[in-house]
Design a protein around this ligand. Structure first.
Ligand code: FAD
Length: 359
């Protein structure tokens, strides 16, 4: 351990965002530099497991991981980044944190999670209790899980096909699967939640339909403003939709010492955890090279990944899209595994694949 600390460079790397992309960078570089991780919550949420965690709260004990379990050497700042200058990241606590290198990994959706891991676990238990009690459930957005066949499930999706981020064949297979499970699927509509009163069991859609449900879950993600980046020195690299433009080395366009990785980037590929992990690995390599004054021309480059995706439908029947084919059922199930990649992700983060930490 001591030798690892001795190797530490005096450079400061600030990582903004403790999702899988930022967390992996912080974990990988903690013994090579002084790393500061800024995140508004004290834990890494393995987001690709969160639908399972709603219907099986014990799953959350493995998929909600305290930052301090994998990031033991650096500094964790529980706050929002609110601005970036050429030399500092500004936080919601009013602090200015100086950096030599900066990694932006704030994802594509607004963070709506509680600060504390225990609160997040309670939230999952509460969601599960609501589902257990309900005879009918309304899922708003995307929707990919059916765990209680005895309940009446309605799925409303604003686009005209399900899983619109992958190909139409996968969408058709997913729709057929939901219909085979007697799920009422309403496409091309939204649900008016603004005028919906808490406890009311009647929901109105944009197409004028009425849905009766005992409870609802909003699973569509809330795109966020990115104003902290738009009003910062990085404004020229932020596209209209809020994504950040990067070069082939994953550096923010026009910047030598600032990287952007994960869902926030404008790389034309499906936004998924596996790609975010690849981005993190490239950024780590390049940061190590830059810190050791290596030849910039030797930096690793990233190529957009092919349109490969595995999306869970219920527990055992994922739909898989690869460049060669689209399939549903047992074979894709073997790829994704019943574990939703949680064990793999925990191993990647250097923590035990099965044990519950921080309980
Ligand atoms: C329900 C669901 C199922 C999915 N299934 C799969 C799957 O099966 N396979 C797959 O590969 N991918 C899947 N994905 C996609 C995958 O989860 C994302 O691609 C991945 O999490 C992106 O990682 P990220 O680190 O870029 O962003 P995120 O995981 O979104 O993390 C962003 C982090 O930034 C933090 N943050 C936000 N704003 C600020 C701020 N201003 N200051 C500081 N921190 C901030 C947030 O708190 C969060 O910790 C799924 C996603 C969801 C939601």
């Amino acid at each position: 351990m001591a030798s690892k600390v001795e190797n530490k460079s005096s450079k400061v790397i600030v990582v903004v965002g403790g999702g899988i992309a930022g967390a992996l960078v912080a974990k990988s570089l903690q013994f090579h530099a002084h790393v500061v991780l800024i995140d508004p919550k004290e834990y890494l949420e393995i987001t690709y497991a969160n639908l399972r965690a709603k219907v099986e709260p014990s799953f959350a004990e493995r998929s909600v991981v305290k930052h301090s379990d994998y990031f033991t050497k650096g500094r964790i700042v529980i706050a929002y980044a609110t601005g970036v200058t050429d030399t500092e990241v500004l936080t919601s606590d009013g602090e200015g944190i100086p950096y030599d290198y900066l990694v932006i990994a704030t994802g594509a959706n607004e963070n709506t999670y509680p600060i504390s891991r225990n609160k997040r676990l309670e939230q999952y238990k509460e969601h599960f209790a609501r589902i257990k009690l309900a005879d009918s459930v309304l899922v708003i957005g995307g929707g990919s899980t059916v765990d209680f066949p005895e309940k009446k499930l309605t799925l409303v999706h604003k686009y005209t096909r399900l899983l619109d981020f992958i190909g139409p064949k996968a969408s058709c297979k997913a729709l057929d699967w939901f219909i085979s499970k007697n799920v009422n699927v309403i496409l091309g509509q939204t649900v008016d939640l603004e005028s919906h009163q808490s406890g009311d069991k009647i929901y109105k859609t944009s197409g004028g339909e009425t849905i009766m449900a005992d409870c609802h879950f909003y699973c569509a993600g809330i795109p966020w403003g990115m104003s902290w980046l738009r009003d910062s020195v990085l404004r020229d690299a932020v596209k209209d939709g809020g994504r950040v433009m990067v070069d082939e080395y994953l550096r923010v366009k026009g910047r030598k010492n600032i990287f952007a990785i994960g869902d926030i980037t404008d790389i034309p590929e499906i936004k998924q955890g596996l790609n975010a992990i690849q981005h993190a690995n490239i950024a780590v390599k390049n940061l190590r090279l830059l810190m050791h004054r290596g030849n910039e021309n030797k930096m690793a480059t990233y190529e957009a990944s092919p349109d490969m995706a595995v999306v869970s439908l219920g527990r055992k029947d994922p739909v898989m899209q690869s460049p060669m084919s689209t399939m549903i059922g047992r074979l894709p199930g073997l790829v994704k595994s019943n574990d939703q990649f949680v064990g793999k992700t925990r191993r990647l983060m250097g923590i035990d694949a099965s044990t519950c930490f921080g309980l």
